[in-house]
Design a protein around this ligand. Structure first.
Ligand code: GAR
Length: 203
């Protein structure tokens, strides 16, 4: 798989750790990013994983950037793209060509977008969490694969709550991606289940 990141890369690091075990069933063939200078891309380089950078500002518009990103991903012919803390919206060039999953630090469909933890706190919810879902052409709107709830504590701030979410998120990501790789998956409308079927749409 190809993993896409924009920041610290703690979720990517958890996947890299899991992938050391051959029984896990996953090989990370490359890590891609939209920005240089992040801890995550350094960690990938230190681990000897191939990396690529597709900076948003280097392209005339979103469509050109999206096409460039899609082409770079395609060089590695991954079976799955994992957006793990990737902070830009992937458009039709990527989503139409690659099977991709995304993690999001809220219980979708609540609080989509770039500030999920802040938005959940501001709304006063008592329970939030994390979601892993397939990417479609909307924003955080694709079929949900798994979710884990995290209670909001009195006095939580954005960074403290996000750190607690990330602890359960890493576990969920490692578990779900491993199962997708080992068991395959079937998407039927909004419903995802593990296991392969023979129809053209499913793998
Ligand atoms: C994760 O919590 C992920 O869900 C979130 O960014 C964090 C990345 O952490 N993604 C989004 O908010 C996407 N909208 P990491 O870089 O330490 O893995």
């Amino acid at each position: 798989m190809v993993v896409l990141i924009s920041g610290a890369g703690s979720n990517m690091a958890a996947l890299m750790e899991a992938a050391k075990d051959p029984d896990y069933g996953v090989e990370i063939v490359a890590v891609g990013t939209d920005r240089e200078g992040t801890r995550g891309i350094e960690v990938a380089r230190e681990a000897g994983v191939p990396t690529f950078v597709v900076p948003f500002r280097a392209y005339a518009d979103r469509a050109e950037w999206d096409t460039a990103m899609s082409d770079r991903i395609a060089e590695y012919t991954p079976d799955l793209v994992v957006s793990a803390g990737f902070m830009r919206i992937l458009g039709p060039a990527v989503v139409g060509r690659h099977q991709a999953v995304n993690i999001h630090p809220a219980l979708l469909p609540s609080f989509p977008g770039a500030h999920a933890v802040r938005d959940a706190l501001a709304h006063g919810v008592r329970i939030t969490g994390t979601t892993i879902h397939f990417l479609d052409e909307g924003v955080d709107s694709g079929p949900i694969i798994d979710q884990v709830a995290v209670p909001v504590e009195d006095g939580d701030d954005e960074s403290g709550l996000h750190e607690r979410i990330k602890v359960v998120e890493r576990r969920m990501l490692v578990d779900t991606v491993g199962r997708l790789a080992r068991e395959g998956w079937t998407v039927d409308g909004r419903h995802v289940r593990f296991g392969r079927t023979d129809t053209k749409e499913n793998r």
